[in-house]
Design a protein around this ligand. Structure first.
Ligand SMILES: Nc1nc(=O)c2c([nH]1)NC[C@@H]1CN(c3ccc(C(=O)N[C@@H](CCC(=O)O)C(=O)O)cc3)CN21
Ligand SMILES: CC(C)C(=O)C(=O)O
Ligand SMILES: [Mg+2]
Length: 264
């Protein structure tokens, strides 16, 4: 497969083809996913939960994300790789510069930051310095203690309008991709239609420009609480490669997520 770039992802949206994304943390799975045709691999700070066994993502360090980014890049040289910036690693613009550097040098094509208004100058500054940025709004797990749990966001109309406004401002600040997590499907649809950049959903319904899942959820091996929006694709296929192919074809055909994996 040819190397996937930000312009290739933009073209998929413009052509109305759904973008498929999965988290990956090591070379072996990264290669399986990329060879199957998954366009975007995310080294998510979810690794704090699914690899390290913590109850949330807050203990993850930039060095740990950089290590897993090197592993993923080694296994998937052609993939579009996004690295999560961990909790408090971009609290100031200077911290964002310092911590985006090892992630890009580890092989990331883009970094992902959780948040709205406060990030606008940081996103502009990173992009100007050669670091492409993916925004992440809705349920931002690094703020789990502010939210009081992993809860659906944007349920009332004022909160929904606020999230849509954040999306528009993130795009204006230079974000080239946006993840929306755990929001009502109708809101995710409005955001995807309002933006030029691709919008990737998780727990955001079927009307986004693409989907992402935590790989352990797709394989049904997550311990503890499994989000309602996730689906075990291994159960119905019985084989890891088939599970990945099923996920890709279900996303491409808008068969996943179904209403049972969505909110509202
Ligand atoms: N295995 C795994 N899958 C994920 O999707 C995931 C992680 N880990 N770790 C990082 C974050 C945390 N995420 C989560 C975790 C729990 C819920 C959850 O329990 N959601 C409730 C919504 C309850 C409500 O407000 O209605 C649900 O029922 O799914 C959502 C996202 C998403 N990310
Ligand atoms: C769930 C995705 C979007 C994520 O941020 C992660 O895996 O950390
Ligand atoms: Mg994350």
């Amino acid at each position: 497969m040819a190397k996937i770039t930000t312009s290739a992802l933009l073209k998929l949206k413009q052509q109305g083809e759904k973008i498929t994304a999965l988290t990956a943390y090591d070379a072996s799975f990264a290669k399986l996913f990329a060879d199957a045709g998954v366009e975007v691999l995310l080294i998510g700070d979810s690794l704090g939960m699914v690899l390290q066994g913590h109850p949330d993502t807050l203990p993850v360090s930039t060095a740990e994300i950089a290590y897993h980014t090197r592993c993923v890049r080694a296994g998937a040289p052609q993939a579009f790789v996004i690295a999560d910036m961990p909790f408090m690693s971009y609290a100031t613009m200077e911290q964002a510069f310092a911590n985006a550097t090892p992630l890009m040098q580890a092989g990331a094509n883009m970094v992902k930051l959780e948040g709205g208004e406060f990030l606008l100058p940081t996103i502009k500054a990173l992009t100007e310095r050669g670091v492409p940025v993916c925004g992440h709004i809705g349920l931002t797990p690094q703020s789990v203690h502010v939210f009081g749990g992993f809860k659906v966001q944007g349920r009332d109309s004022a909160a929904a309008d606020h999230i849509l406004q954040q999306a528009i401002e993130l795009e204006q600040a230079g974000a080239q991709l946006l993840v929306v997590e755990c929001i009502p499907s109708a809101l995710a649809k409005r955001i995807s239609e309002a933006l030029r950049i691709p919008v990737i959903g998780i727990g955001a319904g079927v009307d986004t420009d693409g989907q992402i899942l935590v790989m352990h959820d797709l394989l049904g091996i997550s311990s503890g609480y499994i989000p309602k929006f996730s689906k075990n694709f291994l159960q119905e296929t019985g084989d890891i490669k088939r599970a990945i192919s099923q996920y890709i074809s279900d996303v491409k055909q808008s068969a996943f997520p179904g209403a049972e994996h969505s909110f509202n």
